[in-house]
Design a protein around this ligand. Structure first.
Ligand code: SF4
Ligand code: SF4
Length: 336
């Protein structure tokens, strides 16, 4: 399998890694089997998060006795120094290790968020202290906003970024180019667009065509997915004619039916976080992660049912998504 260097961390990663969201749906036995398979094949990068409920704990148990075979990454949404200090300790305990290779600030949404995490009482300082104490090796950031990342990329201290990228979400290409020039590792999440792209292998192959990308981390919950995805990391990512036609078809089909989380539809007249509604529904229907989706939706201060059908967002969405209809679907799914 092809290896790439994860930016200035210097870590050599197989360019197909493991994303730890979907294992929330399975059990410890299955996660151990998945880690067995990664160990057998040689996949060497595992990403999880404090927010993925049981994911860190399952992985920690499965990694016992073979922690050294893997580069381990996790992340927390904590924004303050105190919160992040205790989150790092919880990750270490859950993952049953005394060292995490990469710890990331999880989902920094906007400039206000960024200023908070970088302040004297912010979460970044806690990660610097954890690094100095030898508890973590490197510090990264994950985000969904290209605008934010483009604003901060020239000055930010992070060694990696984690960002969505796939056949139908290509908005980060310029960002990746800049990151690569600054020797910042680029980790691609959401390679199948939250389950919207059925041919995941094709999308992963597309992602790896981009030499600014360090690695892609598809979520996997079956051992055969681990094997199939590993077969893509060959170093040759040129599409055949048939694949080109299929990729074009996927892009065309999803163009008007997929939220890119760009946020151009904001502000909603009544304060609904519109992309969050799409995300919640995606987790519920496409990923079948009912518990996670319900908890995520419960945290949204304004529910989809509050939509007054003013239509203002429709004019702003560059992809002409039927947002009003979607709000009705979402409120039906979650019952509010
Ligand atoms: S149509 Fe609904 S979702 Fe769109 S801006 Fe108006 S209230 Fe918000
Ligand atoms: S609904 Fe449209 S404008 Fe709003 S985040 Fe999704 S793709 Fe962007």
């Amino acid at each position: 399998m092809e290896k790439r260097v994860l930016g200035k961390t210097g870590l050599e990663v197989v360019c197909v890694g493991f994303g730890g969201i979907p294992i929330q749906r399975v059990d410890q036995e299955k996660v151990t089997e998945i880690v067995d398979e990664m160990s057998r094949i040689g996949i060497n990068f595992i990403d999880t998060a404090r927010g993925y409920t049981v994911s860190e704990g399952f992985l920690g148990h499965a990694l016992k006795g073979r922690r050294d075979q893997f580069i381990l990454a996790t992340k927390s949404m904590a924004k303050t120094f105190d919160e992040m200090t205790s989150e790092v300790e919880r990750s270490l305990t859950n993952l049953q290790t005394d060292y995490i290779d990469l710890y990331q600030l999880h989902l920094v949404k906007d400039m206000d968020d960024y200023k908070q995490v970088m302040s004297d009482t912010g979460a970044y300082k806690a990660l610097v202290e954890a690094k100095e104490a030898g508890k973590i090796g490197h510090i990264g950031i994950t985000a969904h906003s290209v605008d934010l990342m483009m604003d901060i990329i020239d000055d930010m201290p992070f060694e990696t970024i984690q960002f969505p990228y796939n056949l139908v979400e290509r908005q980060a290409e310029e960002l990746f180019e800049k990151a690569h020039k600054r020797d910042i590792g680029v980790i691609c999440m959401k390679p199948i667009a939250g389950g919207a792209i059925e041919n995941g292998g094709l999308s992963i192959k597309f992602i790896l065509q981009n030499k600014n990308v360090s690695l892609v981390i598809p979520g996997m919950e079956q051992t055969d997915e681990v094997y199939q995805n590993s077969l893509i990391a060959t170093g040759n990512y040129v599409f055949t004619e048939k694949e080109k036609i299929e990729a074009d078809k996927i892009v065309e089909e999803l163009h008007g039916n997929f939220c890119r989380r760009c946020g151009y539809c904001a502000p909603c007249e009544v304060g609904i976080n519109i992309p969050a509604m799409f995300i919640a529904e995606g987790y519920y229907s496409r990923y079948n992660m009912v518990g996670y989706a319900t908890a995520y939706y419960a945290k949204q201060p304004v529910k989809a049912s509050a939509c007054i059908e003013c239509g203002k967002c429709l004019k702003r969405c560059p992809y002409n998504l039927p947002i009003i209809d979607k709000m009705k679907d979402v409120s039906k799914v979650f019952g509010e």
